[in-house]
Design a protein around this ligand. Structure first.
Ligand code: GLN
Length: 313
């Protein structure tokens, strides 16, 4: 098999410019995440894209520097921290299989005795958050410090209104947390876990910051900017595998088929994807498909890997 060719940043910039034009009609389609009232107010006619290569190039298009609600993309960074802090025992409390159900489904959790299928559905992320609470007084701060350091932006913060909005309307997440508690799979009280989880989801970052933050996953755990070892090479293998099999919920098969990269979506409309050894990428458009993944961001990633012929396959 031929090694994947390096991407020429100039050619990539042209392709990104084309993609920005081509996805415009899709911004009319899809629905913003209305179940979190504060997200329902976001203008759907926005699109941004950013690519960070392991050689230090940054290629951007559209609203790449506009901050948005990262929502479930935070689950990648929370898992990275939990794997570092807790190690193998984490997997006694969370599975590593795709769920085939919506990200906020309760059904499987009863059948499977309170062990969430994977760390990227909401139930799994609540357990991950519980683990973080066991390792520090403030799980909110742990994640904030992580993304500030890895994105290179020390000003990053939570959007209080989004966190409050979800706290007021997050009945399903409350149900999931209490259900987990009833099975003994939360060590802290449900409200503390939910509070940290809602704040994690309410982090605001731009495409450029998210791609930069996830770059260690494309570089065997080493951040090429400051040479910090974020994870071991094996841990990036684990995290990227989980992204490929579980990162886009019950559309994970379709996403893998079209995009061919491990990726994580959030209901704010962002999707982060990883091309190991080459680059991290984030695309964002608020309109979602019925699985809760951004319609135009998925299409943009599809165009990028299809036109360049570069994917993990
Ligand atoms: N905060 C959202 C929720 O818990 C995150 C879901 C998502 O981004 N898929 O419902």
């Amino acid at each position: 098999m031929q090694p994947t060719p390096r991407l020429d940043p100039d050619k990539l910039q042209h392709l990104v410019d084309d993609i920005v034009d081509e996805v415009q009609p899709l911004l009319e389609q899809g629905e913003v995440a209305a179940y979190i009232p504060e997200l329902a107010r976001v203008n759907p006619r926005q699109f941004g894209i950013a690519i960070c290569t392991v050689d230090g190039a940054i290629i951007t298009g559209g609203a790449a520097t506009t901050p948005f609600s990262i929502q479930s993309i935070s689950k990648v960074f929370a898992l990275t921290l939990a794997m570092h802090l807790e190690g193998e025992p984490l997997w006694q409390r969370i599975g590593r299989e795709p769920s085939g159900t919506p990200f906020n489904s309760l059904v499987q959790l009863e059948h499977e005795n309170g062990i969430p299928r994977n760390p990227f559905i909401n139930a799994g992320a609540l357990v991950v958050t519980d683990v973080l609470l066991s390792h520090g007084a403030s799980a909110r701060q742990l994640l904030l410090d992580f993304v500030r350091e890895r994105s290179g932006n020390s000003e990053l913060s939570y959007n209080e209104r989004v966190a409050q909005s979800e706290a007021e309307c997050g009945h399903r997440n409350r149900a999931l947390a209490h259900f987990l508690k009833s099975f003994g799979n939360l060590q802290h009280d449900a409200d503390s876990v939910l509070d940290a989880y809602f704040y994690h989801c309410a982090l605001e970052m731009s495409c450029t910051e998210l791609a930069r933050c996830a770059l260690f996953l494309a570089n065997a755990g080493l951040d090429p900017y400051d040479q910090a070892r974020v994870t071991t090479a094996n841990q990036t293998k684990y995290i990227n595998s989980l992204l490929l099999t579980c990162g886009t919920y019950d559309a994970v098969g379709d996403f893998a088929y079209r995009v061919g990269l491990p990726g994580k979506s959030g209901v704010g409309g962002g999707i982060v994807a990883i091309m190991p050894g080459h680059f991290s990428i984030c695309a964002w458009a608020p309109g979602l498909n019925r699985n809760g993944n951004s319609l135009a961001a998925t299409a943009a990633l599809d165009l990028l890997t299809t036109r360049t012929g570069i994917s993990i396959f």
